[in-house]
Design a protein around this ligand. Structure first.
Ligand SMILES: Nc1ncnc2c1ncn2[C@@H]1O[C@H](COP(=O)(O)OP(=O)(O)OP(=O)(O)O)[C@@H](O)[C@H]1O
Ligand SMILES: [Mg+2]
Length: 244
C-alpha cells in the first residue's frame, strides 16, 4: 500500500491517475509542444495549492513576463495578484536577459561564469522558497537554460543538485520542459522522478489534446492516454472509461 503523503494537484481528474496525487517533495517534468497547456497545468497546481490546500508556491518564469502571466490567467477567474499580495504565491522573473537603455542584453549575473550550472538559479529558488514558506514550485521552462550548455554532463550535474535541494526542502516541484523534437533527451527527463506529457495533435479537421504519464517513480500510475480540455476554470482530465 502507498503510505506516503500525497500532494493534490488541483487538476480535476489527474490525481486518480497517479494513485492520489504527487509524492510530497518529488520533482516531475511536464513536457509538451507549444500551446499544449504546460503553463496552465503548472499555474493551476500552484494556484489551487495556495488557495485551496494552504500550500504557498513559487513560480519561476524564464519565458513570459510575470505581468503577462497574471493577465493570461484572468480568463479562468484566477486572481494571482491577490495571492501574491497575501504572500501565498511568488512570481520570480528569471529570464536570462535584461533591458539596458532600450536594448536587450544577456543577464550575466544569473547564468554565466558559474562553476556549476544552475548554481545561481538554485540559490535564487532557495531564497524564494523561504520567503513564502513554499511547498510547491514551478519552473517555466528549463529548455532555454539547457540550450546554453554544450556539455550535457555538466547540465545534468547542476540539475541533479537543484532537484536534491528541492527534496531537502520538501518542496513538490514541476519542471516545465519544451518538446523540441531533437533526438537528444533533455537531462531533466532523467533527473526528475516523474514525467507527464501533454500532446496537442491534429485529428481530422481539428486538434486533439491529451495527457500521458510516462514515469512516476515509486507510484502505481495509469498508462492510458487521457483526453484533456480547457474548461472555464482551467485544465481538466476527461476519463472516457470512468464516466458512467
Ligand atoms: N480561457 C481559455 N479557455 C480555453 N482555452 C484557453 C483559454 N486560455 C488559453 N487557452 C488555450 O491554452 C493555450 C495556451 O496554454 P499554455 O500557455 O498553458 O500552453 P504552453 O504549453 O505553456 O505553451 P508555450 O509552449 O507557448 O509556453 C492557448 O493556445 C489556448 O488554446
Ligand atoms: Mg508556456
Amino acid at each position: 500500500m502507498d503510505t506516503q503523503a500525497k500532494v493534490r494537484t488541483g487538476i480535476p481528474g489527474f490525481d486518480s491517475i497517479v494513485s492520489g496525487g504527487l509524492r510530497e517533495g518529488m520533482t516531475i517534468v511536464l513536457s509538451g509542444s507549444p500551446g499544449s497547456g504546460k503553463t496552465t497545468f503548472g499555474m493551476q497546481f500552484l494556484y489551487s495549492g495556495a488557495k485551496d490546500f494552504g500550500e504557498p508556491g513559487v513560480f519561476v518564469t524564464l519565458t513570459q513576463s510575470p505581468y503577462e502571466i497574471v493577465n493570461d490567467f484572468k480568463t479562468y477567474g484566477w486572481d494571482i495578484k491577490k495571492l501574491t499580495d497575501e504572500g501565498k504565491m511568488l512570481l520570480i522573473d528569471a529570464r536570462p536577459f535584461k533591458m539596458e537603455e532600450g536594448f536587450i542584453a544577456l543577464d550575466e549575473s544569473l547564468y554565466r561564469g558559474e562553476t556549476l550550472p544552475f548554481m545561481h538559479l538554485t540559490q535564487l529558488i532557495q531564497s524564494s522558497l523561504k520567503r513564502v514558506d513554499a511547498k510547491r514550485l514551478v519552473i517555466d521552462s528549463l529548455t532555454v537554460l539547457d540550450m546554453q550548455y554544450t556539455n550535457m554532463f555538466y547540465a545534468r550535474l547542476g540539475l541533479q543538485g537543484m532537484v536534491h535541494s528541492l527534496q531537502n526542502q520538501h518542496c513538490t516541484s514541476i519542471l516545465i520542459s519544451e518538446n523540441t523534437d531533437t533526438p537528444q533527451v533533455p537531462p531533466e527527463w532523467y533527473v526528475a522522478s516523474g514525467i507527464v506529457l501533454l500532446h496537442h495533435v491534429r485529428k481530422e479537421d481539428t486538434m486533439e489534446r491529451t495527457l500521458q504519464v510516462i514515469k512516476m517513480r515509486g507510484v502505481r500510475h495509469n498508462e492510458q492516454i487521457f483526453p484533456i480540455k480547457f474548461s472555464e476554470s482551467g485544465l481538466q482530465i476527461l476519463h472516457p472509461r470512468l464516466i458512467p
